[in-house]
Design a protein around this ligand. Structure first.
Ligand SMILES: Cc1cc2nc3c(=O)[nH]c(=O)nc-3n(C[C@H](O)[C@H](O)[C@H](O)COP(=O)(O)OP(=O)(O)OC[C@H]3O[C@@H](n4cnc5c(N)ncnc54)[C@H](O)[C@@H]3O)c2cc1C
Length: 375
């Protein structure tokens, strides 16, 4: 939810009609104020439900920005929305919901050599990866909701996927963002030199960035002491992106994880990776959840791309589903309580994998399925 930047009329039925008329007159996107469509956007993947005043589905980024401006005049809050797969009510509100997923879903540019691309925020992860695959590249932040989740929403939530152990989170793979603030100013958020005072530019964002970096410097000790040292953290703003470090600070990393509350993302520049051609899967079986968790510390030393824990319930359910039966037949021996699988590249050190059998798996389990090649 982007806060209201300018004062405007309070929310009222009369105001709502005026706003609807103005949105319909000044944009060509879908302007949905009827009860049925508002009801559709009153929910997402969370269990929260809030009826929005209206919904706009813009056809262009300019139209999305015009909607923002009209809502500002009217004193309405706006909530940007991608696939709506958030689980904590991030995309439901009583103002105007702007749906980026239907039309704002293009790859704006692709640099194969430097493995980067710029996309509109509404592009769905699977669609992006389908297009990148032809060029031998992919975006590896592989959330489970990849067939619905959009890059704008993934950035909003600082999403991460099963392979984050190797590739990191959205923050690690976001190079820059273009975004509009609540007052409508459109800024480029990317790497900035620490000493912005030396930069001679008329860029309107510089004052803001200078203030942000000063805040990071002032609070550096507190941030170092209080911020949890974990790979993925989504509780609050990434203020640690602002503290002094031996490299330029990336202002886009402050927007990542901000759930649409700081700015309205219009473009995202992403870091891409070569497609993994062949994979190997190693599977350990355990007698208890504790033993499986305890083994993880040894498994990650093998530098796998992913480590997954699958419990007895999931194995049983998987055996009932035709598409999973072949892999379960190969990978699972007997009837373990817990199975942990670690995926890696086929050229990974085979000896290390074998050693993992004694280090990580054997104490907990009688059963170890050796690495199996997968396509
Ligand atoms: C079954 C299930 C499995 C899941 N698995 C994972 C998982 O493996 N990993 C994971 O990280 N998450 C997971 N999630 C959570 C969710 O799917 C992800 O966070 C997903 O990336 C959100 O994408 P979305 O397009 O649906 O975003 P939305 O839910 O539409 O939006 C997410 C946030 O981004 C903001 N936003 C959207 N577009 C913009 C924009 N243009 N500008 C500014 N802000 C914007 C929204 O306001 C909101 O705050 C799962 C959810 C479900 C239901």
């Amino acid at each position: 939810m982007l806060p209201v930047a300018a004062s405007g009329s309070a929310m009222s039925n009369t105001g709502s009609v005026t706003l609807e008329d103005r949105l319909k007159r000044e944009t060509t996107g879908e302007v949905l104020f009827d009860r049925f469509n508002r009801g559709r956007y009153a929910t997402d993947a969370s269990f929260y439900q809030i009826m929005p005043a209206g919904v706009v589905v813009p056809r262009t980024i300019d139209e999305a920005l015009r909607t923002l401006s009209i809502c500002r005049d009217d004193g309405r809050i706006v909530t940007p929305r991608g696939g709506g797969t958030s689980q904590c009510g991030q995309t439901v509100n009583d103002g105007i919901v702007i749906d980026f997923s239907k039309h704002l879903n293009r790859i704006v540019s692709l640099d194969v050599e430097n493995r980067t691309c710029v996309v509109e925020p509404g592009i769905v992860l699977d669609d992006l990866n389908r297009q990148l695959k032809k060029r031998g590249l992919w975006f590896p932040v592989d959330v489970s909701t990849a067939s619905r989740a959009t890059i704008g929403g993934m950035a909003g939530n600082n999403s991460c996927g099963g392979r984050s152990l190797r590739y990191g989170t959205m923050r690690d793979n976001t190079l820059a963002m273009d975004a509009a603030l609540a007052d409508g100013s459109l800024l480029h958020f990317g790497e900035v030199p620490r000493d912005l005072a030396q930069v001679n530019s008329s860029d309107s964002g510089l004052d803001l960035f200078r203030d942000m970096l000063a805040l990071g410097e002032r609070e550096a000790a507190e941030i170092a002491e209080k911020f949890p040292k974990v790979q993925r953290r989504v509780g609050g703003y990434n203020l640690d992106a602002l503290v002094p470090r031996n490299a330029p600070n990336n202002m886009a990393h402050l927007l990542v994880g901000s759930e649409g509350t700081l700015a309205f993302t219009t473009k995202v520049e992403l870091k891409l990776w070569p497609v993994i051609r062949n994979k190997v899967l190693g599977v350990c079986h355990f007698g208890s959840f504790y033993q499986a968790m305890d083994a993880a510390q040894h498994l990650v030393k093998l530098r796998p791309i992913a480590v997954e824990l699958v419990d007895r319930t999931m194995l049983a359910l998987g055996r009932e589903i035709a598409m999973f039966q072949p892999i379960i037949g190969v990978a699972v021996r007997g009837d373990p309580d817990i199975s942990a699988s670690a995926g890696t590249k086929p050229n990974a050190n085979g000896a290390a994998w074998s050693r993992s059998r004694s280090r990580a798996c054997r104490p907990a389990s009688p059963s170890f399925a050796p690495p199996a090649s997968m396509s």
